[in-house]
Write a protein that binds this ligand. Sequence first.
Ligand code: HSE
Length: 297
Amino acid sequence: DEIKLFAPATIANLSCGFDVLGVCLDHIGDEMIIRKSRTKGIRIIEITGADLPMDTKQNVAGVAGLALLDQFHTEIGFEIRIHKKIKAGSGLGSSAASAAGAVFGINELLGRPFSSADLIPFAMEGERLASGTAHADNVAPALLGGFALIRSYAPLDIIKINAPQALFATVIHPQIEVRTADARSVLRENIPLGKAVIQCGNIAGLISGLYTEDYGLIGRSLHDEIVEPLRSILIPGFEKLKMAALDNGALGSGISGSGPSVFALSKGIETAKNVAVAISNIYTEMQLPFEVHVSGI
Ligand code: HSE
């Protein structure tokens, strides 16, 4: 009658895949405990590690869970405990982890009436509450694992792509908060055709590199000329971090989701760890507090 689960962090966008690509991190995430109760509906009964709303309708886990229960009639209620380790406003899919964890757990306790793919639209409702947009590039990889490509939003068409074996992520989180809604408000509505062409080439190259496990192609494709230039000004030392990552063997580096975390992808855990040291040194020199993680994907 109870499930304890790991709700993973995710890196959305991956440079060229704004709103259409994300990847699940194996070793960074929250813990959630969901228990059946006799009182219908959903109650958030405990949140540790973050100061978040306990009111079900104001909480991303609550809203995502309610979206599921809206499509599946049951007399059973659910109590949710969330132990946050992913900081809100970090760019590591904190809200998505809670939303995805809630729908995954409730679905398990109900005997799995929905497939993992079916759960994505419910979890997206949590993202709508958190950022004003029901983007799927964090919740989809959190629910499916590996990489997830959102080929289309209407109708929703999501493709899971397995992560190449030797791919590791390094993420550094300066201890500042950037709200996704704010990071979206700096974006422009229109993009020049030339930039769209470059972006299409890179996203196609990245997807192709993931399928063929061509690490060089993955690295060459990790560029973003549209969103990164507008958002990187919100991230202290962004260019220095990126240079340090690339100089130390990373395949590519960019903003994780809407920031301020910065990610790098590397071939092999040793390189990912070297990158972690190099980018940590940048923030140490700048006397900025940070957290750094290396994770399999
Ligand atoms: N694709 C979203 C954005 C991800 O960049 O705004 C937010 O985590």
